[in-house]
Ligand binder design. Structure first.
Ligand code: G4P
Length: 532
């Protein structure tokens, strides 16, 4: 990373949201390749796979062919005017079982790229993730992938995005044919035609600059059928869809849409360019006592993820902190909220193409990995003076609850440590019932339970089984009126528990029961998410 004084405009911190198989991994590789972060696009997968092979619990990843862990990739790119922009791409696991982790990662970005498969349109996971972005007003650039294959009509895709997501759409590029008739991609903004080359039919930089869609050059290059359709479609689109409006995009009301092929490299360059030109730089984030602007001098940031086992040779944990304000320097002391004692950050890590690199300095929008032994937790704010707390990092109501039963009862202490550790990493939530000794874990997806058991066994040497719990969901309870809270807890003693931080939780037999008690105890608040 450059040590020249940066302006905030030089950072773009974003994530890719998509349904599994839409092409996120391929696009990520190509973005890194275009961004000059790595030399061989295949390396991302190969290195990842080699590393994963060494770690026991990550075998689940391999078996299921999904990405459980999320990481951060940083790349730089010089603009035509000479400015260098740093892109921080926060990778999010695509599998829906890990939505909680993904949601938290989305709290740390300023914008997102939504990848859609041109043949499938908006799929369930894309839609869920989009809703999270909308809640937080995260602006979205859309990349419609795989136009080198047969897919839906362009209008069908655009109308689906507009209707399902209630967004204005603005096509920025247009595919010229698809599948067997694919002849390239037309850039509607710059009036350029991008053409495939060679046996693989990839985009290798062959661009025809035109004066517009009427340019007679096109007649000599594109087949008459495709050209007639392109001209007609583009004209209809220009009349029918909103013109691009950067303000509307940044407000989350409009999405510019790029058609391309990550595999064949069509549209990737335009996408990077769009992120550089339109995506917002770091902005003020919600915090107590007041929002924190990125130009504030004091260094502040929050932990959105904690991950263990990144390096199987070291039992360290990495807390991923998004820097929100100030210039961070290596060795700096920062105070985590609620813990009191400042900690010196001697070995911060920047993630450069998934390789670790020691960071000397970091700026708002950057992500820093902080190695620690369990002091830092998801949701913690770190700041120089200790007086700030970022808000809005949610804990979700678990959808599956299980009782943890030990095969060897002498391992209670190890189990408690393991459950606490994994709760802190966000792998599972843990609830300690007020009565009885059967601890309960809560997750939003089955896969988290597999990870839990596998890690209990491999890392903590604790053999355990998960049994059905007599509860279906959990709610964090609170009240302005301590007597009302006490009364409720007293009458439902068998269903009361504490979360890892000692907050009272009501374990409910069903969503119906939650509704029932919420009606009867109007002074008690039953929260499905707990904001940290
Ligand atoms: P994901 O991370 O969103 O789950 O998707 P990923 O990139 O792994 O892509 C899923 C499949 O779609 C892969 O094929 C990939 O090669 C293919 N793909 C991605 N982008 C394009 C594209 O623009 N055009 C075409 N035609 N295919 C694309 P696979 O056979 O499942 O895996 P692999 O063996 O090729 O890696």
């Amino acid at each position: 990373m450059s040590s020249a004084a940066p302006s905030l405009g030089e950072r773009r911190t974003f994530a890719i949201i998509s349904h599994p198989d839409a092409g996120k991994t391929t696009l990520t590789e190509k973005l890194l390749l275009f961004g000059g972060a790595i030399h061989l696009a295949g390396e991302v997968k190969a290195r990842g796979a080699a590393r994963r092979a060494r770690s026991d619990w990550m075998k689940i990843e391999q078996q299921r062919g999904i990405s459980v862990t999320s990481s951060v990739m940083t790349f730089e790119r010089a603009q035509e005017n000479g400015d260098v922009i740093t892109f921080n791409l926060l990778d999010t696991p695509g599998h829906e079982d890990f939505s909680e982790d993904t949601y938290r990662t989305l709290t740390a970005v300023d914008s997102a790229v939504m990848v859609i498969d041109v043949a499938k349109g908006i799929e369930s996971q894309t839609r869920k993730l989009f809703e999270v972005c909308r809640l937080r007003s995260v602006p979205i650039i859309t990349f419609v992938n795989k136009v080198d294959r047969e897919g839906r009509e362009v209008f069908e895709t655009l109308d689906e995005i507009a209707d399902l997501l209630a967004l204005d759409v603005c096509p920025m590029t247009w595919p010229v044919g698809m599948g067997g008739t694919f002849e390239g991609v037309y850039d509607l903004v710059n009036n350029r035609l991008l053409l495939p080359e060679g046996d693989s039919r990839e985009f290798q930089g062959k661009v025809i600059q035109t004066s517009g869609l009427d340019d007679p050059q096109l007649d000599a290059i594109v087949s008459p059928q495709n050209l007639a359709k392109l001209r007609e479609d583009a004209e209809l689109a220009m009349a029918g869809y909103a013109a691009f409006d950067a303000e509307a995009y940044r407000n989350g009301d409009l999405t510019p849409v790029y058609f391309g092929s990550a595999l064949k490299e069509f549209g990737v360059d335009s996408l990077i360019d769009a992120i550089a030109r339109f995506a917002p730089p770091p902005h003020a984030l919600p915090a107590e006592p007041a929002p924190v602007s990125p130009d504030r001098d004091e260094v502040t940031g929050f932990v959105f993820k904690v991950q263990a086992n990144m390096d199987p040779n070291h039992r360290d944990r990495i807390a991923f902190m998004r820097l929100c304000s100030g210039t961070f320097r290596r060795g700096m002391k920062l105070t985590p909220t609620g813990h009191g004692k400042p900690i010196a950050i001697h070995s911060p890590i920047l993630f450069f193409a998934r390789e670790r690199e020691l960071a000397e300095e970091a700026f708002p929008g950057d992500i820093i990995g902080i190695p620690n032994h369990g002091v830092l937790r998801v949701g913690d704010t770190l700041s120089e003076k200790g007086g700030v707390r970022f808000t809005g990092l949610p804990n979700f109501a678990p959808e599956i609850l299980r009782r943890v039963a030990l095969k060897d009862p002498t391992k209670t202490k190890q189990l408690r440590k393991a459950l606490d550790d994994m709760a802190e990493e966000g792998v599972t939530q843990v609830f300690y019932p007020d009565i009885g000794s059967n601890w309960i874990v809560g997750v939003v997806g089955q896969l988290q339970l597999d990870v839990l058991l596998s890690r209990l066994d491999a890392e903590y040497k604790v053999a355990a089984v998960l049994e059905p719990a007599p509860f279906d969901t959990a709610r964090w309870i609170s009240s302005e009126d301590p007597a009302a809270l006490k009364e409720f807890a007293g009458l439902h003693a068998g269903a009361m528990a504490k979360d890892r931080d000692g907050n009272p939780v009501f374990l409910a037999k069903s969503a119906w029961e939650v509704g029932y008690v919420a009606d009867r105890y109007s002074k008690v608040r039953f929260a499905a998410t707990r904001e940290r």
